[in-house]
Ligand binder design. Structure first.
Ligand SMILES: [Zn+2]
Ligand SMILES: [Zn+2]
Length: 329
């Protein structure tokens, strides 16, 4: 599936803003402009796992759609989740929750990122070779290699996010190539050196514990793509339907990521089950860009300086929406 299209809009190149969604017809207030599919990769943070439905992300009701969820995972998916769960349980002393840690060290530079992934690639390759071999010496080598990776940090949330994306790649490779691989990538997505290590370790750990049938999708390229795509193309999964509610996790929604930001948005996004619905919050004229807010409602109370600084830090751009241009003078 290329970028989404409809009678109401087209995805077009926007000056200095990559691609965006532009109205091709008059859109009346409250019209549903776009409905996304479920995420290509996502995580519900470990601390919420018991309370949030894995299938529709409903909070506080346990797992009402457990059977649907199992059916969608298929045999390989179920085996992969079981193995990951067992691995995380066995390493419970090494668990961290990377997303909640403040970054105390600076962002790693390109060279450090490259070296870290090269080392991870080598460990993963020897794991892969030894997994393919049945010789006893190889089994010992595999255990040694695995243990050299495992005493380090185990981040269940990064592991779950990457596994969900690898499963998507395994099941829907054509969609993965057309949607996920085509997204705008953040080449420097790591907040700190520990963050970089947590991600590259997760790749090694998945290589060690994923079912054999899944290994063709647990690759450096797939994992790096999932990580680089997440920075600028993922949406927070919140307890309610809006961004003000409790933050439970995040998901990568390829089709939905074409909506650019404006501090005076004309589209309201609302989570419906595992997907998102995008509705016009005011009348939109043909040729006008359809924008959501990335600030979750805070754009109404923040100054232009605060808005621009948050968008720069989290999304990597300086907002040049009408509201910002007018206020900044
Ligand atoms: Zn559900
Ligand atoms: Zn703005």
């Amino acid at each position: 599936m290329p970028p989404p299209t409809s009678d109401l809009f087209a995805v077009q190149e926007i000056n200095h803003a990559g691609r965006g969604v532009v109205a091709s017809d008059s859109i009346h207030p409250d019209t549903v402009v776009y409905q996304s599919t479920p995420p290509a990769a996502h995580v519900v943070f470990r601390q919420y796992r018991q309370e949030v439905c894995a299938d529709c992300f409903f909070y506080d009701r346990g797992q009402p759609c457990h059977e649907q969820w199992r059916a969608k995972q298929g045999a390989v998916g179920l085996e992969a989740w079981t193995k990951l769960h067992d691995f995380i349980q066995s390493k419970s002393k090494s668990i961290t929750n990377n997303h909640s840690l403040p970054s105390l060290t600076p962002k790693p530079d390109e060279d450090e990122v490259r070296r870290t992934w090269e080392a991870a690639g080598q460990t993963a390759m020897s794991l892969r070779q030894s997994r393919a071999s049945t010789a006893e010496s190889e089994t010992i080598l595999r255990r040694t290699a695995a243990n050299s990776a495992w005493p380090q940090v185990v981040d269940p949330d990064i592991l779950s996010y990457l596994l969900s994306g690898c499963l998507y790649h395994n099941k829907e490779v054509a969609s993965y190539m057309a949607d996920v691989a085509e997204l705008e990538m953040d080449t420097m997505p790591y907040r700190s050196t520990p963050d970089l290590q947590a991600h590259s370790n997760s790749y090694i750990q998945l290589t060690a514990c994923a079912p054999g049938e899944l290994l063709s999708s647990v690759t450096e390229s797939v994992c790096q793509t999932l990580i680089s795509a997440a920075s600028h193309n993922s949406f927070g999964i919140h307890a309610g339907s809006t961004d003000g509610d409790e933050y439970l996790g995040y998901g990568l929604y390829p089709g939905a990521s074409y909506f650019n930001h404006s501090c005076r948005p004309n589209i309201r996004k609302q989570r419906v089950g595992a997907g998102w619905e995008f509705r016009a919050s005011k009348g939109i004229t043909p040729g006008e860009q359809c924008c959501i807010t990335y600030l979750g409602g805070d754009e109404e109370v923040c100054t232009v300086t605060e808005r621009r600084s948050r968008l720069k830090v989290h999304w990597g751009f300086t907002c040049a929406c009408k509201q910002c241009v007018e206020e900044a003078g």
